[in-house]
Write a protein that binds this ligand. Structure first.
Ligand SMILES: CC(C)(COP(=O)(O)OP(=O)(O)OC[C@H]1O[C@@H](n2cnc3c(N)ncnc32)[C@H](O)[C@@H]1OP(=O)(O)O)[C@@H](O)C(=O)NCCC(=O)NCCS
Length: 171
């Protein structure tokens, strides 16, 4: 598979901007609330840790059949970053993507994750992705609502305590 690269995605309020190392310092502030990690585990990264993480992401997946696509969520009106969305795209006999999202605590509850995921899924369809999955903690109502609004449905399958959600795109 040729690597798939993130491209700019614009919605009514948001620019989903392909993530670069230069976003690390502002994103460290966006991701600073320990409450963000209640369901996913982990802790707020320092700016240096985030820079190292984003450098790894920019280098790309070591597996040739896997593309790492990451975006920062930019609020156009405020010219600030509010979170990230990501898609890990892999091919077996067709393309499949695992997606995830995070919105910083000060920006939550305004439909930002719903708007971002709702644009990410059709972008994946335009890249010929056929299956979209997300793994969501069963107690995480906000994330489940984001997945449902993006068209995914719960499968009932559990992996590491998280439920798999899935959407089939195209035939
Ligand atoms: C999940 C997350 C991205 C949602 O971001 P958000 O921008 O606040 O989401 P939205 O404003 O688009 O709201 C999505 C839905 O969740 C609902 N919601 C928001 N906060 C909620 C809460 N605390 N409890 C229950 N539902 C909630 C909203 O009402 C909305 O539902 P609706 O469309 O039926 O009205 C955000 O909570 C987050 O980043 N959490 C930490 C990281 C994480 O766990 N990521 C998910 C990994 S899969």
């Amino acid at each position: 598979m040729n690597a798939i690269a993130a491209t700019l995605i614009s919605t009514a309020r948001l620019n989903l901007v392909p993530l670069t190392v230069d976003h690390a310092a502002e994103m460290a502030a966006v991701l600073a609330d320990p409450g963000l990690y209640t369901f996913t585990g982990g802790a707020p990264p320092t700016s240096e840790e985030l820079q190292a993480r984003y450098e790894r992401w920019a280098a790309g997946s070591p597996e040739p059949a896997v593309s790492w696509c990451n975006w920062v969520i930019e609020l156009r009106a405020d010219r600030c970053l509010a979170g990230t969305v990501q898609a890990t795209i892999s091919t077996a006999d067709e393309l499949a993507a695992e997606i995830a999202w995070v919105v910083g605590s000060p920006w939550q509850g305004r439909g930002i994750a719903t708007e971002a995921a709702g644009a990410l899924v059709p972008w994946l369809g335009r890249q010929s992705v056929r299956t979209v999955v997300a793994h969501i903690h069963p107690g995480h109502a906000a994330s489940a609502a984001v997945a449902a609004a993006a068209g995914l449905s719960p499968t009932g399958e559990l992996q590491d305590g998280e439920q798999r959600w899935r959407l089939r795109l195209g035939p």
